[in-house]
Design a protein around this ligand. Sequence first.
Ligand code: HAM
Length: 424
Amino acid sequence: MLTQAPRGTKDVLPRESYRWQRVEAICREVAARAGYLEIRTPVFEHTELFLRGVGDTTDIVQKEMYTFEDKGGRSLTLKPEGTAGAVRALVEHSLYAGILPVKMYYLGAPIFRYEAPQSGRYREHHQFGCEVFGAAEPTCDAEIIALLIRVLEEVGLAGLTVNINSIGCSHCRPLYHKAMRVYLGDRLSLLCATCNQRFAHNPLRILDCKSENCQAQLGDAPEMLNFLCEGCQKHFDGLMEALTALGIPYQVNPRIVRGLDYYTRTVFEIEMQSDTGAPLAVCGGGRYDRLVEALGGPSMPGMGFGLGIERVLMLLNQREVILPEPRLYDAYVAALGPDSRMPALRLTHALRAAGIKAEMDHAARSLKAQFKSADKLGAGLVALVGGDELARGAVRIRDMRSKEEKEVPLAEAVAAIHAILQPV
Ligand code: HAM
């Protein structure tokens, strides 16, 4: 127990963290190009936020939240998704009162869901998410999808499928719910207990049920797309037109309803083929034009997505995409004998101050062992401090690739090492 991480969680080990950093750097870079600024919200929020934001008929709220009472008796919940916290912060700090649209992203935010762990599904995962507030036009929806595709392409993932759908609004969705109730009315005994509750409160959500029995009853179920009001239809047509204008292939998939209740109109998911055969959703998102108001802010449209970082990394692994691994050290300072330890320490420190990745020996090992370390660590050169060179106020530099050696005055060692590492 003590030496095992909790079920559904995963350590990112020091030698693999560069892969995360690489993906995260691309997310930041692509988001910055489109004017998104980073937001960081707390890992936990008041439970009420998710009940109202995510919706009490969702699996997330009903089955998956990590909810606890703090010592002051407040009910708090570890973030099961990123949008509700972003909207809460938008309202709390009146961010909507400035220049519109407000564009924000979050990255590396841990998300907690008590789900059955399996390949690509964890109880703690991390998302890169973007949220735009105050932009109602479908061109915004298309732009968000385009941004996601850019991220995936830049990390090295090709071959994706964009699934889009519209789940209407408060005008047209009630008509759909009515049709669903008529369709499912005499099959209620075949649906799970949760879907029986959903039948009464939110029949659309039944489409998202993970139970095979429930799915089997949905063969000819009505589709929301056939019930869209004029405004929602126009928006959906506009989205398709904008995606076509951007040259983004897409698939209209009426079964995409998403696992969160805040969506209106556009919903989408990007899937990729994984090793297990089944397509894997790497990201999902959509429009949530009522959420800001529902959480106490002004009436303001919103649109966004969440991209699962673990899933991106898993696919990169499966496809054997090589991410450039940064070199751990450029220079290794080898010390020879007790008198050379302080000069070696000073040189290592000066190299680091000059922006050079440097290491030295702190175990009083033999020169041979130090050279072996330098080699293993991939250092481009070794600066040997000690012996006759030190007596002459000099240091011997060995280029580990060409094996060439030269002696330089200790006072000029940093500049000389710099020049060797970055030849002009
Ligand atoms: P979501 O579809 O629930 O949406 O999650 C977004 C992405 O996070 C998924 O496509 C998947 O890649 C990843 N993900 C979800 N659950 C897990 C898990 N248990 N283990 C590993 N990865 C997972 C949202 O969370 C919305 N807040 C997205 C959004 C933002 N919509 C509008 N704005």
